[in-house]
Structures are given as C-alpha cells and as structure tokens.
Design a protein around this ligand. Structure first.
Ligand SMILES: Cc1cc2nc3c(=O)[nH]c(=O)nc-3n(C[C@H](O)[C@H](O)[C@H](O)COP(=O)(O)OP(=O)(O)OC[C@H]3O[C@@H](n4cnc5c(N)ncnc54)[C@H](O)[C@@H]3O)c2cc1C
Length: 387
C-alpha cells in the first residue's frame, strides 16, 4: 500500500489532518486501532463555540447542551459566577462528534483502515497489525495523531510532553443549579494542581477531576462527591467511567524526518483547562495542508512546526505559566483569588473578555486595571510573559 500521507489515529486531530491532506491533493490513509470511531471516550466533551467552527462542523446531533458560564467554588465554599453574554460552549457526545469528523474525511476521499494498530517504523515503512495480520504501508509523510501515548512519536524518537495530569470522571443523574452553567471546584483537598467539575446535560452531569501526580485520582473523586454542592445535587449511581491522561506543555520538537505529530500526541492542549479539541483542530489543519505539500516536495515537513508554533505557541507558553502559578497556590490563596474574581469590575471584565480558548487575553485586560498587584501576587511567573 502506497500513500502520500498516512495518518495514525482516528480522533479529532487525525480526522481533521486527514481531511485537509486529502483536500490539498494527497492520497491519504487514516488508520485507527479500534473497531469503532470515538470509543472508548476519554473526555468531558465541553468545547467552545469557536472550537466547533474550527472543526468545520455546525451544531449537529452530537450537541447535548449549551453552556453560558460557570460557577467556581473556592475551598471555603465562596461561589464566583462567571457569566458569558452569549452561549460560550457546548456539551457534546464525543462518539457522534468523532464519527462526524471521520465521515467528513471519508467524503473528501480519505481511505480508512479500522482495527489496525501502528506498531513501528522501519526504513520509511509503517508496520501495522491489521485484523491480526502484520502489514507494511508506505507513506511519504506520516502524521502521528495517536493521542497522549503516541507510539508514533516514540518510534520517531521525538521527545515527550513536559508533564501529564490524570483525569477521572463518570456520568450520573444530577440536578444543577442552572443547566447552562458548569460547576468548577478548586482546592488542594479536591484536585491539587488542577480542578474538579460537574458539567450538566439532559438531567445528567459528567462529574470528575484532573490533578497533578500524587494520591490516586479515585481518592480525590470521593472527596469531590462529598463537597456540599455536589452532594446536594448528585443523585447517586455512576455510568460511563473515564480514566485518562492530559498532556501539558508540548515537546521541544514535533517533527522528525517525515513524521509529524498533532493533537494530544504533540501536547497541543490548553494547560489552563485541559481542553485539547480546539488547539488540536487548529494544528491538524496545518498538519494536513503541510503534509500534502511536503509529500510532493513543495515544502519540508518542518514548515508545520514553524506554522503551528507561530499561531498557538505563545498561548500555550502563557497557559503553561498560568497553570504552574495556579498550581502553587495554597487553599488560602485560592480563597483570596475567588474573592478577587468576585470584585464587580473584575466580573465585568470576565463577562466582556473571558475566552476559554485564549485566557491570556483576559489576563492582559485585568493587568491594565488598578488590580495589577493582586494579579501579580496570584500569577507570579505567568505575569512576566505578558508584559
Ligand atoms: C478526563 C478528560 C476530560 C477531557 N475533557 C475535555 C473537554 O471537555 N474538552 C476538550 O476539548 N478536551 C478534553 N479532554 C482532552 C481531549 O479528550 C483530547 O485533547 C482530544 O481527544 C485529543 O484528540 P486527539 O485526536 O489528539 O487524540 P485522541 O482523541 O486520543 O485520539 C487518538 C486516536 O488514536 C488512536 N490510536 C492510538 N494509538 C494507536 C495506534 N498505535 N495505532 C492506531 N491507532 C491508534 C486511538 O484509538 C484514538 O482513536 C479531556 C481529556 C480527559 C482525559
């Protein structure tokens, strides 16, 4: 089998890369190890309105609910309401969503091999196990969109992401305070170094957390379920368990020879929220387009690295610094932080400029107000990259 571009991984980043490679004239093959697209799900499925557009989809039947804002709970229980003027995000069904993205790729002429597991690279040839049989495939350019573990990245000798968080989640009947608002729980007793969440949809919620390495995630999940807010709304029972990793901080290099990494494989995930669909989509479009041209020797694969870093590199760098600064805060600092967010002038700025895909924009707006010193106190190192 000979292809111009071979994409490993049928998640969002793989499907979008494959579609763009085909649209740019490359004979493209998409390989997925599972028997069906979109399973197992390792996601809360909260994506911004902008992310959906970036993926080239409208509001399809994968949209389960619409989200306008968030209630954030400090360790001392104080609530901050972050209100958006319009619908800011959707809660989606990842199985249907991922499938639609792959269908789009197929409609653009991409070939697909399911139940086909990438096992290695050998002299430019890709070795796979396809339905129990070992096969070799040739691709001029190989796109590794194979998620957080990225066998493709390891086979090409590319470095790994800066750090990994582990996440845990389940779905359960839930009566939210407001079905258009997600609930976020911060504090070192619940989710050290990150946060817990309850994301409502259709009388249910995805309840979970991600946290820095330490005690088992399940230990913190039990604590989250005893939080007074969750305990009063959670109706018991647990379905659709998810355990998964979230990469933080892209590796130094995402291209080696004719291999390109994209999505979680390249650590293209927002370090402030753990969301990877938006940034993965932005980079997948570039990966597909560059791979198609590089397969015809019209450019080098290295153009991809330059292009994606020029577009989201700084946002990721600032996000990583915000993530590290917030991770160092004590519960007392976090209480002060929520009290700060609750100041009327800060709430107004959040409503006006809050952007879940680009939090650095809001940070810069706050820095320009008389509240600079307080923000420097909370954000420490992150501040230095902004001014
Ligand atoms: C608990 C949790 C909650 C999250 N919530 C959100 C959220 O609300 N919003 C958001 O934007 N992001 C969220 N994320 C992150 C999001 O799920 C990922 O960023 C996103 O799925 C990355 O897409 P991808 O295409 O790069 O990789 P993946 O979606 O991981 O897809 C990789 C694909 O490659 C396939 N594959 C892997 N290895 C091989 C191989 N050797 N051979 C063939 N195929 C292979 C896999 O089967 C898979 O289909 C969350 C993550 C976790 C863990």
């Amino acid at each position: 089998m000979n292809y111009d571009v071979v994409v490993i991984g049928g998640g969002p980043a793989g499907a979008i890369s494959a579609k763009y490679a085909a649209q740019n004239g490359a004979k493209t093959l998409l390989i997925e190890e599972h028997a069906s697209i979109g399973t197992p799900v390792q996601c809360t499925g909260l994506i911004s309105v902008r992310a959906l557009k970036e993926c080239g989809l409208g509001e399809g039947n994968f949209v389960l609910s619409r989200i306008r804002g968030a209630f954030v709970y400090a360790p001392n229980g104080e609530e901050a309401c972050i209100r958006g003027k319009d619908i800011k995000a959707y809660v989606i069904d990842r199985k249907i969503f991922d499938r639609e993205l792959v269908e789009q790729a197929l409609h653009n002429g991409v070939d697909i091999l399911m139940k086909t597991h990438f096992i290695g690279l050998d002299n430019g040839k890709i070795s796979v196990m396809s339905n129990g049989e070992k096969k070799e495939i040739h691709g001029n350019i190989i796109i590794g969109a194979d998620g957080i573990q990225s066998c493709v990245g390891r086979a090409a000798g590319l470095p790994r992401c800066e750090k990994f968080l582990s996440g845990i989640q389940f779905e359960a009947p839930y009566i939210p305070k407001d079905p258009e608002y997600v609930e976020i729980f911060i504090g070192n007793e619940i989710a050290p170094g990150f946060f817990g969440w309850a994301v409502p949809f259709s009388g249910m919620a995805r309840i979970g957390l991600a946290r820095a390495p330490g005690r088992p995630a399940l230990y913190y999940l039990e604590r989250l379920l005893h939080h007074p807010v969750i305990a009063s709304r959670y109706r018991g029972s647990r379905m659709e368990h998810v355990v998964g990793g979230i990469p933080m901080g892209p590796p130094r290099k995402t291209v080696q020879g004719n291999v390109i990494l994209v999505g979680d494989a390249a650590g293209q995930v927002k370090p402030t929220s753990g969301g990877g669909i938006y940034m993965g989509a932005v980079c997948a479009k570039i990966a597909g387009e560059v791979a198609a041209r590089a397969s015809r020797k019209e450019c080098t694969p290295g153009e991809y690295e330059k292009k994606w870093r020029a577009i989201i590199g700084r946002e990721l760098e600032i996000g990583m610094r915000i993530h590290k600064s917030l991770g160092k805060l004590t519960d007392e600092n976090l209480n002060e932080f929520i009290a700060f967010v609750n100041k009327p002038e800060i709430r107004e700025l959040i409503t006006e400029h809050g952007d879940m895909d680009h939090p650095s924009v809001l940070m810069q707006k706050i820095m320009k107000t008389g509240n600079k010193l307080q923000l420097i106190k909370f954000m420490g190192v992150a501040f230095k990259t902004l001014f």
